[in-house]
Write a protein of this length. Structure first.
Length: 471
């Protein structure tokens, strides 16, 4: 017997769960399938960037993220058993009226996924564990997917969020272009440690007899620490408790028995790779299936969430709101160049060429000069907000814009001018005085918080709205 759904999402990581939430709140019948028997157990992607915090605010999970996480502490640099200095992980940044979440937030990946999974379940979404995709075929109306066990699934669309070794991407024959960022293998492990405070990220630079650097992060909201260690090229990294203990004891002042428990461990070689395409017919690539980052810049999980957030509203518009199928072409158009930029940034951070700061927060990313971004004003200053930019937060006549944006709708801002009549039930209208950084005019904000259309008058607004199913 074949199960029928509108969207099949392969992979229950941050990408798949985010997309599942966005589709569930839009009333789209979607199923998330995961080949493992449970959610990912490790801390790997622990840094949540400010733009992703805004996405989580919109999706209804920001409360859990804030409650279960914390800020990054200052780095304490150790040498010969003594603290000899401090290390600032991020350039200084402050929260302002445009940006409610001004700093990266630390949440272990396993906990982020638990929070996302709970929200998806609350909205009536489903995750089927133990479902490994073994093959699929697509035609003009849908995709038929086979599994190692269980019933086949027939879906209108399939989204691959199944990681860097994506079976879906390989089946499609889509290649990845990239490079090895660092030939040295890395260890990442979740452990329990005694003898280290939780007020610092503990940094142990490589010494004369050391095999490489080691850092120990207190994982916010838990009793765990995350150990990250670098090894010489060709090393066979020992992921056992004894192996991790030996590494920690060799590079720090801690004794092997100070590491009391190994909860999860993995090894990898930092690399950067980008899929040649993000779409093949009715199948889309998202997250690590589309781009693989060095973890140094804290961009991988965050870029993956942005993929899902971009694709979710577009699938919802096509499946539920009568938008043209061509809207889905803009997913690759917008996300592939964006992911390429983030890959380059991650690599530069890994190599010490760029410090983590404003660029890594993803607040400045946008979609100017893309087909969905229509700017009709001609007298703009160089630093003016334009169509394609992230719509900043502000409070206008007692209305907080991020509160107005929250939900699966479009929002029309009429600032210093009157809103036109008949914009449609799918659009929430906010009127008020001109306010910076918007200025005066009409701004149609997309469901993912970017300005889609902007103008001094309503000329062209109706045609834009009709084109995307808003009238």
């Amino acid at each position: 017997m074949t199960e029928h759904v509108a969207v099949l999402i392969v992979g229950a990581g941050p990408t798949g769960l985010t997309l599942g939430i966005d589709l569930a709140r839009r009333g789209v019948d979607a199923l998330v399938v995961e080949k493992a028997d449970a959610l990912f157990p490790g801390s790997r992607g622990k840094g949540i960037q400010p733009r992703t915090m805004e996405v989580f605010d919109d999706l209804g999970v920001i409360g859990g993220i804030l409650a279960k996480g914390g800020t990054y502490p200052t780095g304490a640099v150790w040498q010969d058993g003594r603290k000899v200095g401090e290390h600032q992980m991020f350039e200084p940044s402050e929260t302002d009226p445009d940006t409610p979440y001004g700093k990266p937030w630390m949440v272990p990946q396993w906990r982020t996924q638990e929070i996302l999974f709970a929200r998806l379940t609350e909205l009536g979404g489903k995750v089927a564990f133990g479902r490994e995709v073994t093959g699929f075929a697509q035609d003009g109306t849908g995709v038929s997917v086979e599994f190692a066990s269980g019933a086949d699934v027939r879906a209108r669309y399939v989204v691959a969020g199944d990681g860097g070794r994506s079976v879906v991407r390989r089946t499609l024959g889509i290649g990845m272009t990239g490079e090895t960022v660092d030939p040295n293998p890395m260890l990442v492990a979740d452990v329990r440690i005694t003898g280290l405070d939780r007020d610092s990220v503990h940094v142990f630079p490589p010494g004369a007899e050391s095999d490489g650097f080691l850092a120990v992060f207190p994982l916010a909201g838990t009793e765990d620490f995350q150990v990250i260690a670098q090894y010489p090229d060709g090393t066979d990294v020992d992921l056992s408790l004894d192996g991790v203990r030996k590494t920690v004891a060799a590079r720090t002042h801690l004794a092997p028995e100070d590491l009391t428990e190994l909860r999860w461990a993995s090894n990898f070689r930092p690399r950067a790779a980008l899929a040649d395409r993000f779409r093949a017919g009715r199948v889309f690539l998202a997250g690590d299936a589309a781009h693989v980052h060095s973890p140094a810049g804290g961009q991988g999980l965050n870029t993956s969430v942005q993929d899902a957030y971009n694709l979710g509203w577009k699938l919802g518009a096509v499946l539920r709101e009568g938008a043209p199928e061509s809207l889905l072409d803009t997913y690759e158009e917008e996300r592939l160049p964006n992911a390429a930029d983030m890959l380059g940034l991650s690599t530069r951070v890994h190599r010490g060429e760029v410090q983590r700061g404003k660029a890594t927060q993803q607040l400045g990313l946008g979609y100017r000069d893309r087909s969905l971004s229509v700017e009709t004003r001609t007298d703009l200053s160089e630093d003016a907000l334009r169509a394609g930019d992230r719509a900043p937060d502000r409070t206008i006549d007692g209305v907080r814009l991020f509160d107005a944006f929250r939900g699966p709708h479009w929002t029309l801002l009429a600032l210093g001018t009157k809103a036109p009549a008949g914009v449609g039930d799918a659009v929430r209208v906010v009127e008020g005085p001109a306010v910076e950084p918007y200025g005066t005019g009409l701004f149609l904000v997309r469901p993912d918080g970017y300005v889609g259309w902007a103008g001094a008058t309503e000329d062209g607004l109706a045609e834009y709205a009709e084109r995307y199913g808003l009238r």
